[in-house]
Write a new protein. Structure first.
Length: 492
């Protein structure tokens, strides 16, 4: 089953709705458009196993491009528009993409992916505008057949890590080559997400990330409607949930902070009664924030934990979470080991590297197990700030800062101090309309809840650089700080 199934049985059913514009793509349109592009891909010589890269996660054409690849034995990979150009180039080249499809709004990135930079790309297409060196997508597919290609077979997805702590890494499920069916799709929802299907409405943010990409395509395989939020806005999200009768949503913890910081009148304006399940992923969630969301929306949250490497994972329901606050759940089909830096296994309650399986696959996260076998993910190991003998994890500091009533968002990072020792600094974004908060007030607030080493020595005010899914780009903050420090040194 795939979009073609519902194009026959219920052709006018919405497959995709863009929340901001209200544009609707029906199953008939998704089926016909993806067929046309599949014929284009065959016509330019792509064969089973070749890769199509997509750099346009806010475009109504996204799913037709992805489905065109998957229904013709090809591999679709989505490129994160938030990455630095070097990392975007790395993803395009590392994936082996032969075709690149971009949104015209990303022309500033696309025009730099020239043949000398990405030599493996033989065909470049742009949707909705003009980019030098790219052909018009609309013209390329005009007049092509809207029936399936004769040799239609199951393709695949290639997903990349977010690149917040290093080069993005690719991971692929190798299942392609057979007939398209439910049985061959490893991305179909299991466990608590198993009810996602015919008649469900899935709210999704930022399709450049692997999880929303494969979950939205799973919804299409099961006959659901996908509501794509182009840019997260707390009030608009509440409105979209009510207007479209959203039943399922995939959200990041930072979104909950922004929802909770809305004025009470705005929070009460829209009903969320249609929601049956909210999948929480991407980053750890502050315990007070998660508890407040359960009080507001009910026990409908399922926290999923995994890695781009697909080494292992865990999930936890709201009921379990209330008994184990902060946990990401019990391991699913795998074993978890907590190791110290020397590779020794640590007992329950002790913080260390999270490793999966007999091969001890290290996914780069730090956490611990409790006595009941529940896993707690504290932060990324690469985000660790060493201050003397103490390891400081930015997520813990950020979780404290966002509980301040006037803080909407916060990011914490480490920089060298005046004597080459490390220091903790924070960038804080205040709620809309808030008057300036003295830096010393926020530092004092942190000091009430954190150790001396964890407390920021300085707080800046500004926008926090995050992906749609809440990943903080600490490298951007550190780079900006180094540039500012160098400028001050030169001026002095």
């Amino acid at each position: 089953m795939y979009p073609g199934t519902y194009a026959q049985s219920d052709p006018d059913r919405p497959a995709v709705i863009l929340a901001k514009t209200g544009e609707v793509i029906t199953y008939r349109e998704l089926d016909q458009r993806s067929n046309a592009f599949a014929h284009y891909l065959r016509g330019v010589g792509l064969r089973q196993g070749d890769v199509v890269a997509v750099l346009m996660d806010r475009n109504s054409r996204f799913h037709e491009v992805a489905w065109a690849a998957r229904r013709s034995g090809l591999i679709a990979t989505s490129v994160n528009r938030y990455l630095e150009l070097d990392d975007i180039t790395h993803v395009v080249n590392d994936s082996g993409a032969r075709v690149l499809v971009v949104d015209a709004s990303l022309a500033h990135l696309a025009e730099r992916l020239t043949p000398d930079v990405a030599p493996g790309v033989t065909h470049r297409l742009v949707v909705g505008g003009v980019v030098p060196g790219f052909s018009a997508y609309e013209q390329a597919v005009a007049g092509l057949p809207t029936e399936p290609v004769p040799d239609e077979v199951e393709g695949d997805l290639l997903t990349y890590s977010s690149g917040t702590t290093g080069r993005p890494r690719g991971s692929r499920e190798r299942v392609g080559g057979g007939p398209i069916s439910l049985d061959t799709d490893p991305y179909l929802p299991r466990g608590p997400l198993g009810e996602l299907g015919d008649g469900s409405v899935l709210l999704a943010f930022g399709l450049h990330h692997g999880a929303p990409m494969y979950l939205t395509m799973a919804a299409h395989r099961l006959g659901g409607t996908v509501v794509v939020v182009e840019d997260f806005d707390a009030a608009e999200t509440l409105e979209a949930i009510e207007r479209h009768g959203v039943t399922h949503a995939m959200m990041a913890p930072y979104m909950f902070v922004r929802l909770l910081k809305l004025p009470e009148a705005k929070r009460a304006r829209h009903s969320v009664a249609s929601l049956r399940l909210v999948l929480v992923s991407f980053a750890p969630s502050a315990v007070p924030v998660k508890r407040a969301m359960i009080d507001w929306w009910g026990p409908i949250f399922v926290r999923m934990y995994g890695s781009s490497e697909k080494a292992g994972g865990a999930y936890i329901t709201s009921a379990e979470w209330l008994s184990h606050p902060g946990s990401v759940g019990r391991p699913i089909g795998c074993t978890v080991h907590i190791l110290d830096d020397d590779g020794n296994e640590l007992p329950p309650g002790q913080l260390g590297r999270i490793c999966f399986g007999d091969d001890l696959v290290d996914v780069g996260d730090v956490g611990y197990l409790d006595e009941d076998g529940y896993l707690y993910n504290v932060d990324r190991k690469s985000s660790e700030i060493r201050i003397g003998a103490e390891a400081v994890y930015p997520q813990l500091v950020e979780d404290v800062l966002v509980t301040h009533p006037l803080v909407l968002d916060a990011a914490v990072f480490g920089v060298p101090g005046p004597r080459s020792d490390m220091q903790v600094r924070a960038v804080v974004q205040l709620v809309d309309g808030a008057e300036a908060v003295p830096e010393r007030e926020l530092i004092a607030y942190c000091r009430e809840h954190l150790t001396r080493a964890q407390t920021p020595v300085a707080v800046e005010f500004g926008q926090v650089p995050r992906s749609d899914h809440g990943k903080v780009y600490r490298r951007h903050l550190q780079s900006r700080h180094r540039t500012s420090a160098a400028a001050l040194h030169v001026a002095a």
